[in-house]
Design a protein around this ligand. Structure first.
Ligand code: SF4
Length: 68
């Protein structure tokens, strides 16, 4: 039997946010003009647009943002 213990930071990855938590987290965004999160995303997604859409409840834009 393996004695491997999953690192704590993996807990955040495996537990998805519920809508309320996602909205609370999105409210922390500073709405950077140049969105360094989007520029630096190694997967080529656009987290800045996604977070802004979530924060302002723009469901039309939210469905169009490339997430994966
Ligand atoms: S999520 Fe992106 S746009 Fe919001 S504060 Fe962080 S870097 Fe800026």
């Amino acid at each position: 039997m393996s004695t491997y213990k999953k690192p704590d930071y993996m807990d955040e990855i495996t537990k998805p946010f519920d809508v309320r938590t996602a909205m609370e987290e999105a409210s922390r965004c500073l709405l950077c003009h140049d969105a360094p999160c989007s520029r630096a995303c190694p997967a080529g997604t656009d987290p800045g647009s996604f977070i802004m859409s979530l924060r302002f409840r723009n469901e039309n834009l939210l469905t169009k943002v490339k997430t994966f």
